[in-house]
Design a protein around this ligand. Structure first.
Ligand code: SUG
Length: 417
C-alpha cells in the first residue's frame, strides 16, 4: 500500500466575508467590515490546488458547510433576520475553508492499531468556529469511511479547546514510516486567547493510540500568541525530517529542539532568527503558514502566500535559505489574498492526510478535470462580493445556499446537504 501525503483543501464557501470575528487574529480584526469577494476567493483556492497538482502532489478537497447554520441559530432561538449582528455573522461564516483546523490526523504508521486516526476539532474558543464540527465530522466520515484504514473520532468535549492540525506537527524519515507527533498547546496569550488546550491535545494522543514515547507536548510561546500567532502554524511548519520555525515559536525552544533531536537525531531544524525576521514580519507575511512539501523529484518546496514575496526582509531571507543547499530548495508563491485577509494562508487552507489515495472516497480526490468543473460551478454561482451589512439579506442567503447545493450536486455529494 502506497502511503502518500494528500492535502485536502477546504473549498472557499460562497458566504466568505470579513466580520472581524477572531480576537487575536490581526488580519481578521483589521479587515473587519471590508467587502469580500467570495468568487475570487474560491477561484484563488482552486488555483492553489492546481499548483499543487502540477508539482506532482496528491490533492483532495472538502465541501463548504451549510451557511447560515440554521441548526445553530435554532439552538439560540433566533433566525438570520432577528439575530444580533455578531450572532448573524457567526452563523454565516465560511470559516470551515481553513481545513487545517478541521481535524488532527495521525497517520497509520504512528498508531498502535495501524489505522490513520482523525479527530474532528471542536474549535470552541471562537463562536463562529464552534459550530463547524458537525458538518466537518459528517464529511470526514464519508471521505474516510473505510474502517479498515481509518478511524474517525468526534470532538473533544468542552471546555477543552482543540483547533486541529494547526497546532500539530509530525516529523518522520518519510511519510510512510513511523514518526514523532508534536502537539503544541497554549497556556496564555497575553491579551489574546490560547486556543489549543493541553488537555485536548493529551486526549487526542490517547484516542489516536500513539506511542507515548514518540509523542511530544510543547507549549506555544506566549509572546508569539500575543503578537498575533493565534495558531502555531503561523510560526512553524514541519515536513518529513524538517522543522522550519521562528525563533520565538515555542515557550521553551531549547528543550523543544533537544527533545526532537533525542527522538529523531536526523531531524533538521531551521530556525529563523528574530533579528532577521521579526514576529511582526512573520505574522504580516505568513512565511511559516506555507505548505512545506516533498517534491516527487526530491528536495522540498515551500508553497507560500504572495505576501511573503512582497516583504523584502522576508523574501531576502527565504531566497538565501533556498540557495544555501539545505533541504528547502524551491519557493512557490501563490495568491490566496482573499483568505489571507481573514488570517488564513496556504497551510490554513489544507488538511494533511497520509494515506493510500485509493482508500479515500474518490469524490474528495482532485484532478485537473475536476478542478475545472469546480471552478465552473464557482464562477457560475458564487457571489461576486459581500459587505458585512448584507448578511441578513434573504436574497444573499438564498444565493449562498443554492450555490453550495450546485457544488454538492456536481460532486455527487448531495447527501451532505
Ligand atoms: O480561526 N479566521 C480564521 C483563520 C484560521 C487560520 N487557520 C490556521 N492558522 N490554520 C481563525 O481565526 C476570521 C473570520 C472573520 O473574521 O470573519 C477567521 O475565522
Amino acid at each position: 500500500m502506497a502511503l502518500v501525503e494528500i492535502n485536502f483543501d477546504g473549498i472557499i464557501g460562497p458566504s466568505h466575508n470579513y466580520a472581524g470575528l477572531s480576537l487575536g487574529n490581526l488580519a481578521s480584526s483589521s479587515n473587519a467590515g471590508a467587502a469580500s469577494y467570495p468568487k475570487a476567493a474560491a477561484l484563488q483556492g482552486i488555483e492553489k490546488m492546481r499548483t499543487n497538482l502540477r508539482l506532482g502532489l496528491a490533492q483532495g478537497f472538502f465541501m463548504p458547510l451549510d451557511r447560515p447554520n440554521k441548526n445553530w441559530l435554532d439552538g439560540l432561538s433566533v433566525d438570520m433576520h432577528s439575530a444580533e449582528p455578531h450572532i448573524r455573522a457567526a452563523a454565516f461564516s465560511a470559516s470551515a475553508m481553513w481545513a487545517a483546523n478541521a481535524a488532527t490526523v495521525s497517520p497509520a504508521p504512528d498508531t498502535q492499531d495501524g489505522r490513520c486516526h482523525l479527530s474532528a476539532a471542536n474549535l470552541m474558543t471562537m463562536a463562529h468556529r464552534s459550530h463547524e464540527w458537525p458538518g466537518t465530522l459528517a464529511q470526514l466520515k464519508l471521505a474516510f469511511a473505510d474502517d479498515q484504514y481509518f478511524a474517525v473520532h468526534g470532538p473533544i468535549p468542552a471546555p477543552f479547546g482543540d483547533e486541529g492540525a494547526a497546532n500539530f506537527m509530525r516529523l518522520c524519515p518519510s511519510h510512510g514510516e513511523s514518526g514523532i507527533e508534536i502537539f503544541v498547546y497554549g497556556k496564555t496569550g497575553g491579551p489574546f486567547p490560547a486556543r489549543q488546550h493541553f488537555e485536548a491535545s493529551k486526549a487526542i494522543a490517547r484516542a489516536h493510540r500513539l506511542d507515548p514515547v514518540k509523542t511530544l507536548f510543547v507549549q506555544q510561546s506566549e509572546t508569539a500568541i500575543a503578537a498575533g500567532a493565534f495558531h502555531n502554524d503561523v510560526v512553524a511548519v514541519a515536513n518529513e525530517h524538517v522543522l522550519f520555525t521562528h525563533e520565538y515559536a515555542f515557550e521553551h525552544p531549547e528543550q523543544t529542539y533537544a527533545d526532537i533531536k533525542r527522538l529523531m537525531p536526523d531531524a533538521e531544524i531551521i530556525i529563523v532568527p528574530a533579528n532577521r525576521i521579526s514576529l511582526a514580519d512573520a505574522i504580516q507575511s505568513y512565511l511559516f503558514n506555507a505548505q512545506l512539501v516533498t517534491l516527487p523529484e526530491g528536495g522540498m518546496a515551500l508553497i507560500l502566500p504572495s505576501e511573503a514575496q512582497q516583504n523584502d526582509r522576508v523574501w531576502g531571507w527565504l531566497t538565501e535559505m533556498a540557495a544555501s543547499n539545505g533541504p528547502i530548495r524551491k519557493l512557490v508563491p501563490v495568491d490566496v489574498r482573499q483568505s489571507m485577509a481573514n488570517g488564513g494562508g496556504p497551510a490554513c487552507l489544507r488538511l494533511r492526510v497520509v494515506a493510500d489515495p485509493t482508500t479515500v472516497d474518490p469524490r474528495f480526490i482532485a484532478d485537473e478535470a475536476k478542478l475545472d468543473y469546480l471552478a465552473a460551478i464557482v464562477a457560475g454561482h458564487w457571489p461576486e462580493t459581500i459587505a458585512p451589512n448584507q448578511l441578513a439579506d434573504p436574497a444573499l442567503v438564498q444565493q449562498v445556499q443554492s450555490a453550495r447545493v450546485a457544488l454538492l450536486d456536481a460532486c455527487d455529494l448531495g447527501t451532505l446537504s
